[in-house]
Design a protein around this ligand. Structure first.
Ligand SMILES: Nc1ncnc2c1ncn2[C@@H]1O[C@H](COP(=O)(O)OP(=O)(O)O[C@H]2O[C@H](CO)[C@@H](O)[C@H](O)[C@H]2O)[C@@H](O)[C@H]1O
Length: 751
């Protein structure tokens, strides 16, 4: 529309720099608003006097009420002016409200920051050590070179260098209760503040400490946009549509006031070490917890020469079975998480045999690992600042780290130390317990009365030594990886001898289904699908993408390349738990069908031989890949149509979750986490995610497989529906992390 020649006699406008009611500063050019803009602003005809004023190349919007082209006379003009003034007032009110919200949010963020910094501060000042000479955070000095003595009251010294006299903790507690001003000035205050500054820089350089949550942050602005149209606010940097985006304002952490320091301790952690699902959980759950705003660390053994972690300069010595052993600490900060690795010759080069060796040697490794891990929050600075022992929760995993809750109690909390630290023990598999003769107690270096925690009567072997038992008793909370498994371990059948202890401690037990790391295990981004004929795919490209992956897998395995043949996969440890023998029992029926079967696994030598044997016997249909290959596991998950999991028991199971995320349909024994996550297909309602069978028996497996194959062949639309429902689930760690947080909070407030 042509611009109107004469300038308006009166301008009411909102500019970014000045107030809503203003005059433009320089001579503007004018445009009429388009009809869309006019209707948005609440005026109708083409002759209304609303003008858009352009000033240079920066478009500034004003509401110009002019006489030009006005046929309606003065009254109408008055009305318009009044309406515009009213609208402007509304804009002002909204703007004020928004600014107030921004100020409140800023205040909240800074108060949380302050409280965290303060608690870090307290932890470091009050942890009982003389930081001027000892704190590696400040001095960066090798602790080995510093004076040390054991815990005064106990001969059970976790490390050779701990120097925390009993009684200091009590002082700490008192001091913590003082208002900040009354805290006695510390001679290290300046250095401390430097350390905290460097910590802040470290955080902000890598990942914003408080994650931005668009949905919350935008909602107010979107509301405003609807209300007022093209008006800019405050000191926004945004020009675009005129709606300000306050760049400096992040949302408060998702965890809100529950933000805490969390240290997950595990014997394996992907991508550095993995023998099974525990490694996956240790690699992914901490990142999800960090996304919620917690400060999170993972502690794992240093099995090899890893690329990312760097030596922290910290060394310590621990006594294990009378032997003085030195450990070195390595650290890397990745995706918001501090990964700390404990290096010792006993861990070196055993990543393929983490749980291997003589019973006593495995036990001693775990003793060393737990002794060193429980002290990490004091000794290992991450971003310049140690985690400290206040507002801290450890997450220990399985029997390998079940000594950690015991050490936390026996060495520290029983002595009035680490009073604000809690531990949660996660059961990934209760069948492995760290059993041995009662005499093994001598290796764990604990006061005599602790023996009772370890001693368990077994109908087969009588009294024995059981590490898991002691961990379950001493942890503040017990978690397991699905609800069904939480129930099963209370039974004689599922508790593997620990059901009595679990029942005694049922009040502290809960179940949370694992999530999956969607940056690793999604067909859209999977790095193992980028070559050799494989391809990434999504829900939209499922049909073509999965077909390509299937063909690539058939080619890689040397199977006939056929799109119509159902390709069945199995991935897992070859042992009693995973029900491989059920597949063996069903094999004659299977090979009678027009199917292809690929099995990937390592484990019991007899079952490995069995895999090879089947491959040799049915070369046109069966492949038995004996070995541990993450790449092949991903490719089977993508290329197979069906994933078979006949596990006798399965605490959670990750492969069925991965499978569903890739549009691969699971057929599972309805037990533990498999029962929680694979809802059976219901053809009448077209609902469900796969097939389940009730008992771990070959004929039940055959029955379920039969129905599955029938649907695959005859009911293509139902099949696609199952695939889609599987892929559309939110299987990420985010909601599981929220549930973990609730358990951690419960532990924190338990006395
Ligand atoms: N040969 C091979 N090559 C490559 N990759 C292989 C492999 N064999 C197994 N894997 C991988 O290892 C992981 C195994 O996951 P599972 O959940 O089956 O674990 P697992 O029984 O070890 O763990 C326990 O802990 C987890 C985590 O809590 C629980 O889900 C589970 O029920 C419980 O038994 C998967 O990522 C799988 O792909």
């Amino acid at each position: 529309m042509a611009s109107i020649g004469s300038p308006p006699s009166f301008i009411v406008g909102a500019t970014r720099e000045n107030s809503v009611l203003s005059h433009t500063r320089s001579r503007p050019k004018f445009h009429c608003y388009s009809s869309k803009e006019r209707s948005f602003l609440g005026c109708g005809g083409s002759k209304c006097g609303l003008l858009k004023v352009e000033n240079g190349d920066k478009s500034k919007r004003v509401l110009a009420i002019g006489k030009s082209g006005n046929d309606g006379g003065d009254d109408e003009a008055e009305d318009r002016i009044q309406a515009t003034i009213n609208k402007s007032k509304k804009v002002l009110a909204l703007q004020k409200e928004l600014l107030q919200q921004i100020a409140e949010r800023k205040e909240l963020v800074s108060s949380i920051r302050k409280s965290i910094t303060q608690s870090e501060d307290e932890l470091i000042f009050f942890d009982g050590t003389d930081k001027s000479t000892q704190d590696p955070v400040i001095s960066g000095v090798d602790i080995d070179e510093q004076s040390a003595s054991g815990i005064a009251s106990s001969r059970y010294s976790p490390s050779a260098e701990v120097n925390i006299p009993v009684g200091v903790e009590e002082e700490k507690v008192l001091e913590r209760k003082l208002p900040t001003e009354q805290v006695p000035p510390n001679k290290n205050a300046q250095e401390m503040s430097k350390a905290i500054d460097s910590f802040e820089t470290y955080r902000s350089e890598k990942v914003p400490f408080y994650q931005f949550k668009p949905s919350e942050s935008y909602s107010v602005k979107e509301e405003m946009a609807e209300e007022v149209g093209n008006v800019s606010f405050g000191d926004s940097k945004s020009e675009g549509n005129g709606i300000a985006v306050e760049e400096n304002i992040g949302s408060p952490p998702l965890a809100g006031v529950n933000v805490m320091n969390i240290i997950l301790v595990a014997a394996e952690c992907t991508p550095w070490s993995k023998t099974g699902g525990l490694g996956d959980v240790a690699g992914a759950l901490p990142k999800a917890l960090a996304r919620r705003g917690h400060r999170v660390m993972v502690v794992a053994p240093y099995y090899g020469n890893y690329a990312e972690p760097e030596h922290t300069g910290i060394r310590r010595r621990y006594t294990v079975d009378g032997q003085n052993m030195e450990v070195n600490y390595f650290q890397a900060y990745i995706d918001g998480v501090d990964f700390v690795f404990i290096d010792s010759p006993v861990f070196r080069n055993i990543e393929h045999n983490i749980y291997g060796g003589k019973r006593e040697d495995i036990l001693k490794r775990m003793v060393l690992f737990c002794k060193a891990a429980v002290e990490v929050p004091w000794h290992v600075p991450c971003g310049g600042v140690c985690y400290g022992d206040g507002n801290l929760v450890f997450i220990a995993n399985d029997w390998h780290t079940a000594l950690l809750p015991v050490y936390l109690k026996a060495y520290y909390r029983d002595n009035g130390l680490m009073s604000f630290t809690r531990s949660v023990l996660v059961i990934h598999n209760i069948a492995h317990q760290g059993r041995g003769p009662v005499d093994d107690f001598k290796y764990v270096d604990l006061p005599g009365h602790y023996l009772d925690h370890f001693k368990l009567y077994d109908p087969l072997g009588g009294d024995h030594f059981n590490i898991f038992a002691a961990g379950l008793k001493t942890a503040d909370r017990i978690l397991t990886v699905s609800n069904a498994y939480a129930w099963e371990i209370k039974t004689q059948e599922g508790g593997w001898g620990l059901d009595g202890i679990i029942n005694d401690n049922h009040w502290k037990l809960s179940g949370i289904v694992n999530g999956i790391d969607t940056t690793e295990w999604s067909p859209q981004v999977d790095v193992h699908l980028k070559s050799d004929g494989y391809t990434n795919y999504s829900l939209e490209t499922l049909h073509t993408g999965k077909a390509r992956c299937k063909a690539a897998l058939q080619e890689e395995l040397g199977l006939p390349i056929r799109e119509d043949v159902p390709l069945i996969g199995f991935i897992g440890r070859l042992d009693h738990q995973k029900g491989v023998d059920l597949i063996a029992a069903a094999m004659p029926w299977m090979v009678d069908q027009d199917i292809q079967l690929v099995m990937l696994g390592t484990g019991r030598p007899d079952l490995e031989d069995m895999l090879k044997h089947f491959e040799g016997q049915y070369r046109d249909k069966v492949r038995g890949w004996v070995g541990f290959s993450v790449k092949v596991a991903h490719r089977i998950t993508a290329g197979a149509d069906i994933l078979l999991m006949p596990s006798r028991f399965e605490p959670c199971g990750l492969n069925q979750l991965y499978a569903m995320n890739y549009g691969t349909v699971p057929v599972v024994h309805a037990v533990g986490g498999l029962r929680d996550t694979v809802h059976p297909f219901d053809p009448y309602n077209e609902s469900g995610l796969g097939w389940t069978f009730g008992r771990a028996e070959a004929d039940q497996l055959i029955h379920a497989m039969g129905n599955c194959l029938l649907t695959y062949r005859e009911y293509k639309e139902s099949w696609k529906g199952i695939q889609k429902r599987g892929m559309m689930q939110d299987l990420s760690w985010d909601s599981a992390a929220q549930n973990y947080e609730e358990v951690l909070v419960a532990a924190k407030y338990q006395w």
